[in-house]
Each structure stands twice: as C-alpha cells, then as structure tokens.
Design a protein around this ligand. Sequence first.
Ligand code: TXA
Ligand code: MG
Length: 316
Amino acid sequence: MAQIGTNIQAAAKILRNCGLVGIPTETVYGLAANALDTEAVLKIFKAKNRPSFDPLIVHISSLDRLGDFARDVPEQAIRLAEEFWPGPLTLLLPKKDIVPDLVTSGLDTVAVRMPAHPLTLELLQLLGFPLAAPSANPFGYISPTTANHVNDQLGDAVDYILDGGECGIGLESTIIGFPDGEPTVFRLGGLAIEAIETIVGAVKLMPHSSSNPQAPGMLKSHYAPSRPVTLFSDDGLDKLADSAAFLMFSKLYPGIAPERQRVLSVDGSLNEAAKNLFGFLRELDQMPVARIFAELVPEEGLGRAINDRLRRAAAL
Ligand code: TXA
Ligand code: MG
C-alpha cells in the first residue's frame, strides 16, 4: 500500500528521482511521472499494464509552457486554453522533439492540459518539468476519483499518493484536436461540448472509432467494472433484476432493495451525476451481484460524456 498525504515536497522528491506519484486533478486521479524522462514514463505503462500504443497526456503548470512541448498551435487552441485552463480540456497538437516518443506512442501529436487542482498545480510549479499522467487505474478499468481508489488498485505500484480529496468533476478531460484546422473532439469528457462551441463554433465529434482508434480511450470497451454492465433499457431486466445492482439517474428503481442501488443525482443535476459516476460504479461492482444495470442520463452537457462511459462500460 502506498503512503497517502498532502506533502508536496515529498511528492516532488519522488518525481525528481524517477518515481511514480498518484496526483489529484479536478477530473480524475492521475498516475504521474516526469514526462521528459523515458525511464520514469516506462514505469507508468508497467504499473497500469497499459499497452505502449496508448499515448499519455502531458500536464503543465501554465499556458505559457504550452509552446515548450507543442508547435504550430492554432489560434482556436489558444482561445480555448485561455478560456478553460486550468480545467478539464486536453489539446491535441503537433509535438516538439523534447517530448519522448514513448509519451506519444510514436505519434507526431502530443496531448497537453493544465489541470485545475491547487495541490497538483503547486507541485508542477515546484518541479519545473511536466508530468505525464494517465488516469490512475489498471488499463480498461474505471478511473479513480479519490486517493483511496488509487491505493486500492495501484497502491503497490506508486511511491506516494497526493491526497487532494474527491475529484470535483469526476470525468476525464475532453480531448480536442485540430486536424486540417477543424476543431474535432476525440474524447467526450468533463468540459461540455456546448461550452467549447461558445468559443470556437460547431465542433466535429469523432469519439467512437473503435477498430483503429487514434486514442485507445476511445476503444469501444473501456472504463469498465468487472461485473458485466447492461444498459437499463435492454430487454430481460425483470428476469435478472434479483441478481443485479442498479445505477440510476435521479430515482430509485421501484421494487428493488435500495441497498443494491445508487442514484447519481436526486436533483437530476448532470454535474453531480458526473461527480458520482465512477465512485458509485465501483461500489456497485463490489456488491455480491451478477451484473449491473445502468440507466442512461439526458444527452446534454456532461450527460453526453456520462452516457459515453456507460456505453463503453456495457460494451463487453
Ligand atoms: O482528465 C484526464 O485527462 C486524466 C487526468 C489524470 O488528467 N487523464 C487521462 O489520461 O484520462 P488517460 O491516459 O487515461 O487518457 C488519455 C487519453 C487516452 O485515450 C489516449 O489514447 C489519448 O488521451 N491520447 C493521449 N495522447 C494522444 C495523442 N497524441 N493522440 C491521440 N490520443 C492521445
Ligand atoms: Mg484512462
């Protein structure tokens, strides 16, 4: 098990010495290493059991640092970063040579974001180098939204977990790139499309390519608990309900013991639902049930990213 605490100096020391640290962000917890040190980055792939073809996001401490790692940054990318950084937005841009190929899986683009968590921003400022950090979960499983989630699954692989409390947003960042100058969303996430469109106008959505994904986070089956997940509207629910747990949007499912259910937001708030999503899925996954039924939420705001995760969790 890892040590959990709020000692930024201790975390910095480990990272300077090629170690791994669990870091809080506003989206989900990350598994961080020095992004410019190939040996350190290799440890991330090992700890997560992550295939080397799945590139990592580079976390920076300010917009001023973007040009150190990315080139040919389009005007629209800068406008988005000015508006939404620090925050749940990752920019996919042509990479500079300083970024190791291991970080980008050999692609000529790099994913960069400035996270909105005070502990992690302070850590990044102290370090002076950027942090490569995927979500701190074994490859394919649900992302962690508390320090304990990280400890439960990767506690033996990390040297320290910086405890920044529960993640405020609860969904991974929205990833946007600009192929041929056209703003294109590659992963739905914690920043709503509607918000992005107020800055750059209509965006193209490409989050569902599953056979030859540009981003393996777009793999059809991902973000999945170990119990099979079935979307709520599917047939046969009544027959299976006795051996199932239920993830509901705003109301309990009638006739099923409340202990076997989680309601994402009794107020019907999509932001609250997003924040609760992964933690509740973990709780249901630990129950002695054969499967999880999950109800889709309204397809707007963060609801789109929630439904994206539920569909991928169900795609086994
Ligand atoms: O909110 C987040 O983005 C969290 C926190 C820790 O920052 N990180 C996160 O990382 O979700 P990860 O590794 O779980 O997901 C990153 C996604 C992957 O699907 C990866 O394939 C994609 O970003 N990605 C990274 N670099 C890329 C690149 N150069 N081209 C295409 N996709 C890329
Ligand atoms: Mg991930």
